[in-house]
Ligand binder design. Structure first.
Ligand SMILES: *Cc1c(COP(=O)(O)O)cnc(C)c1O
Length: 359
């Protein structure tokens, strides 16, 4: 019997890519696959996104892993390259780079390359993380145009900081600034992450960059994927490995942080932070056993969680499946219970969890 399993529903993935195209019908799609495809398995997910126009990752190693997996689509490096020595690797593997600062531009300009590299010039319109200042835009643009090491079809990019909040003015300001800088340039534009795709249609540009929504999860504040026609791709399950009776006033688990107020039954479940389940999930965070919700009690340990199955205890046996999140139990809800975001929960799945891909 296998315990922690991440079932990956590839039909749901296809549905979600179709939803991206539904929300951004005139855009090319750069599918974001960083961090092991948000914990879903880099190469496997990429193999099932043949309808995307390009892939995007954060690090060169991730891009090389895609090539080693036999994937041939263009790959965009969202942080660009890190050293001039990386440039021949980019060229040899048909990787496209972001240019986000002076060091990168200078390294590109002074390199000796056999052919030019495809570049995306990233403008900081308010995220204040990567990207050139608006005032640098014209000069960077012309230097790239003039460099033999940059392909002529320079593309222009920015990134939203608050697109998950439909009431935040920031996104409108970012789009306006980007448009005012890039107006009149025939170059292709790319602005929107998942939240931008769902909530900010006037910021779609020519290319969109969906990550989270491909995996069926809502990027919006307090959102759930199915509100946007998305289907969760991952279902994380495990099994009950013991059932025990506790008396009133027994304190369970490390630190004795939860104590029973009346006699009850607990299911001990084979899942913990060693599988990537969040240790800070609060008391009462739901799991599903036999189609019914129960709350976790006590501190999440490395390998185990205790669940109060109370009066229904007789229905539940050792070996029963426990759903930690999935279509029946949104990962968005579990993230809220753990004071984090679904992105983190998905990325944190550890190698101890086995993956089952369902075509
Ligand atoms: C991760 C990332 C994305 C995808 O964001 P989602 O919110 O997952 O859609 C898009 N663009 C950049 C620059 C990113 O780093």
């Amino acid at each position: 019997m296998r315990l922690a399993i991440a079932e990956i529903n590839l039909k749901a993935l296809a549905n979600n890519l179709a939803q991206v195209k539904h929300f951004a019908p005139n855009c090319k799609v750069m599918a974001v696959l960083k961090a092991n495809a948000y914990g879903h398995g880099l190469v496997k997910i990429a193999q099932h996104l043949s309808a995307a126009d390009a892939f995007a990752v954060a690090r060169i190693d991730e891009a090389l892993a895609l090539r080693a997996g036999g994937l041939t689509k263009p790959i965009v490096l969202l942080e660009g390259f890190f050293h001039q020595d990386d440039l021949p690797i980019l060229l040899a593997n048909n990787f496209q780079t972001i240019i986000h600062d002076e060091n990168q531009l200078a390294a590109l300009e002074s390199a000796t390359l056999d052919a030019p590299i495809a570049c995306w010039l990233k403008i900081n319109t308010g995220m204040h993380r990567l990207g050139i200042a608006p005032s640098q835009f014209e000069s960077f643009y012309h230097r790239l145009k003039a460099s033999d090491n940059a392909r002529d079809d320079i593309k222009l990019m920015t990134h939203f900081s608050c697109a998950d909040d439909v009431n935040d003015e920031k996104t409108t300001q970012q789009i306006a600034l980007f448009d005012s800088l890039t107006d009149g340039k025939a170059q292709q534009h790319c602005l929107a992450n998942s939240a931008g795709i769902l909530a900010w249609p006037h910021g779609h540009g020519d290319w969109v960059r969906p990550g989270l929504m491909l995996y069926g999860v809502s990027p919006m504040l307090n959102g759930v994927g199915k509100e946007h026609g998305l289907a969760p791709v991952m279902r994380l399950t495990t099994r009950v490995i013991a059932i025990r009776d506790v008396d009133a006033h027994q304190c369970v688990g490390y630190g004795g942080r939860w104590c029973s107020d009346k006699p009850t039954k607990l299911a001990v479940v084979a899942m913990g932070y060693g599988d990537g389940y969040p240790r800070h999930a609060r008391q009462g965070t739901p799991v599903i056993i036999k189609s019914q919700r129960y709350g976790i009690v006590g501190t999440v340990a490395m390998d185990m969680i205790t669940v109060d199955i109370g009066d229904n205890g007789d229905n539940i046996q050792v070996g029963d499946e426990v759903i930690m999140w999935g279509p029946e139990l949104p990962v968005e809800e579990i993230a809220q219970c753990a004071s984090t975001i679904p992105y983190e929960l998905l990325c944190n799945i550890t190698p101890r969890v086995s993956y089952e891909y369902q075509e």
